[in-house]
Ligand binder design. Structure first.
Ligand SMILES: [Zn+2]
Length: 472
């Protein structure tokens, strides 16, 4: 990197490490504004707060962009074992669970992977299935583990009436996660979340029973059309203003938590990077950096699907998208970059990490479950920067998507570290003469998707037509 970039980075790093802004913002966001559930007054208040901050920091074209979507509001939920033993368990409906009243026999489907449903065959039909929520790989050679929405799809295809997910981490924490149909409609079958302790008791009682176990599930929950807002601001490029680098995390959260680490921390990483980059001298940033704080990610990536559709004509000008869902967690020092759809960029980012004297692992994985994905399927190179939270030994998301995702899990240093790395990476991508990111063709993307079976969910959501995006 040039001496100019090094001088700018000294300013960025000095600004990040001498400020408590990111931490103060996060605490306010979580304790005062609340969970930012998609479409709620709390989410709208969060959007207004972020807009105010982007304006205060001096970004250009700061605005809220409305997104219409199908919203869900939580109702009561219960799970009762009717026989042979009578017992109640503490459960929550997973967001977008339809309102149901079902009495049926239970079946344990283990980890709820496709192999489990294949093994059990027709015995799943007409039953309430019980599965482990997120699991860890059984061994280093394990296949990839399925997302809860995949497990729900397997259960639906096998004829189950409902699927109950057991959190694999102890602590009496219910596991959440949306199971919406495409567009925000009710899930095809009911889905509930329970704690490790209640779920384990349920399985033990079922094992003890000498014969069929009957369960009753009762859920409320209501659906209505709603509007959420992406928060957008930018730093116009001085040399190539038409070329855009997009970055941001989602500011909405799950209703049962403060959504502090997922993704309050990524939101504040975005905001802090914006603050320090905006403070650089005029003409420091070559390509336009567009900051987008997404609404509605947790309920089906509505913010990013909506944004990319509304900005379809900018797809060809977008050089790179850096997603910050998962950034800013923990104590700092574990930041890692995962490219999506663009493994050819690994050497360039490894080179930047080395040049920054920062040990940052760079890998590639075609993950569909966050806001980079609508860009990735359009062939735009994307990556996610994330850091480990402070829950070593926990399975899957750890405290994420449970009541325990609260602001006490974060640290000022974790936010500073991520913001420092993100600001430097953005500056480098925006200014590099030799940035090797390239748009992939529709055929290339389709091959990447079909290799992983990701074409099927896109087909069900009627989104295959978006693959490859609009041509240059
Ligand atoms: Zn998230």
């Amino acid at each position: 990197m040039t001496d100019d970039i090094r001088a700018l980075e000294r300013q960025l790093l000095g600004d990040v490490w001498t400020s408590n802004a990111a931490w103060d913002n996060l605490v306010h966001f979580c304790d005062v504004i609340g969970n930012r559930w998609a479409g709620s007054p709390s989410e709208h208040a969060g959007g207004e707060y972020l807009r105010g901050k982007l304006e205060e920091y001096g970004l250009s074209n700061v605005r809220l962009e409305p997104i219409s979507f199908g919203a869900w509001e939580r109702g009561a939920a219960s799970l009762t074992m009717l026989g042979p033993t009578e017992r109640s368990f503490s459960v929550i409906a997973l967001p977008y669970c339809p309102a149901v009243d079902i009495t049926a026999e239970m079946i344990d489907v283990g980890n709820g992977e496709q192999e489990d449903f294949d093994r059990l065959g027709d015995s799943v039909r007409g039953k309430i299935a019980i599965t482990a929520a997120e699991t860890n790989p059984v061994n280093a050679r394990s296949e990839k583990l399925s997302h809860r929405t995949d497990k729900l799809r397997f259960a639906e295809d096998a004829g189950a009436l409902a699927l109950v997910y057991i959190n694999q981490n102890p602590g009496k924490l219910h596991i959440s996660g949306a199971i919406a149909s495409p567009g925000g409609g009710p899930a095809a079958i009911a889905g509930l979340g329970t704690s490790w302790e209640d779920g384990s008791t349920l399985l033990r009682l079922a094992q003890r029973a000498d014969g069929p176990v009957t369960l009753r599930i009762h859920t409320g929950g209501t659906f209505h059309e709603n509007t959420s807002y992406n928060v957008v601001g930018e730093l116009p490029g001085s040399r190539w203003p038409d070329e855009i680098v997009v970055t941001g995390g989602h500011y909405d959260g799950h209703d049962i938590s403060q959504a502090a680490m997922d993704d309050g921390a990524g939101t504040m990483t975005t905001l802090e990077a914006a603050r320090v980059l905006a403070a650089l001298p005029e003409g420091s940033i070559g390509r336009t950096i567009r900051f987008v704080l997404f609404c509605g990610e947790e309920v089906g990536l509505f913010g990013s699907w909506g944004y990319t559709a509304d900005h379809e004509d900018e797809t060809a000008k977008t050089r790179f998208m850096l997603n910050l869902d998962g950034a800013g967690q923990g104590r700092g020092g574990t930041e890692a970059l995962t490219l999506t759809g663009a493994p050819d960029l690994i050497p360039w980012f490894e080179g930047q990490a080395e040049d920054m004297a920062y040990r940052m692992p760079v890998s590639h994985r075609m993950g569909p479950h966050s806001d980079h994905y609508p860009w990735a399927i359009r062939g735009v190179p994307t990556a996610t920067l994330g850091s480990k939270d402070d829950s070593p030994g926990l399975v899957g998301r750890g405290w994420g998507h449970t009541e325990a995702d609260t602001v006490d899990k974060g640290t000022p240093r974790g936010l500073q570290m991520s913001a420092a790395v993100v600001a430097r990476l953005l500056l480098r991508v925006a200014n590099a003469e030799d940035f090797p990111g390239r748009r992939r063709s529709r055929d290339e993307v389709m091959t990447q998707l079909t290799d992983l079976g990701l074409d099927e969910p896109l087909r069900r959501a009627d989104r295959l037509g978006l693959v490859g995006g609009k041509a240059e």
